[in-house]
Design a protein around this ligand. Structure first.
Ligand SMILES: [Zn+2]
Length: 147
């Protein structure tokens, strides 16, 4: 069967963030529904309590709307200005076992810096290269050159 090789950890990290956001929205939504339900139940007997429950429910739905709007900042509007994305990658190499690793550039990175312990041996991985990558088309997301 055509099983694709692993898509890397970036996609997994992105999914994790959205999963948390959706879980939060779901929880708030259920609480809001529950509050509205309690409001309708209490309305004939205890109007004051019912109004408080309904207010909580409405506030919950407002919060969900706010979260959804914030989650999609630029999908509705077509941005006239194209922001040039410049990604910088840091290449690490272990001098002992020659293990190579590429990660996103972090503030404070410089070439020949002993950056982090090697995952394969007890050596320290050294930064050997810091390179910039321009995304010209947006579709060209070929990172194979860097791995
Ligand atoms: Zn090593």
């Amino acid at each position: 069967m055509g099983e694709k090789p692993g898509n890397g950890s970036k996609a997994a990290a992105g999914m994790q963030v959205s999963w948390v956001a959706y879980a939060a929205i779901l929880v708030v939504g259920l609480l809001s529904l529950f509050s509205l339900y309690m409001g309708f139940i209490n309305y004939p007997d205890n109007t004051d309590v019912a109004i408080i429950y309904m207010f909580i429910g409405a506030a919950g739905f407002a919060a969900i709307g706010y979260m959804l709007v914030r989650g999609k900042p630029a999908s509705a509007k077509n941005e006239p200005l194209e922001v040039k994305k410049v990604e910088v990658f840091t290449t690490l190499e272990c001098p002992k076992c020659q293990q190579k690793r590429v990660r996103d550039f972090k503030r404070g990175d410089y070439v020949f810096k002993d950056d982090e312990p090697c995952t394969r041996c007890d050596g320290m991985m050294m930064i050997t290269k810091i390179a910039r990558k321009k995304e010209e088309d947006g579709k060209k997301k070929d990172e194979s050159n860097w791995l």
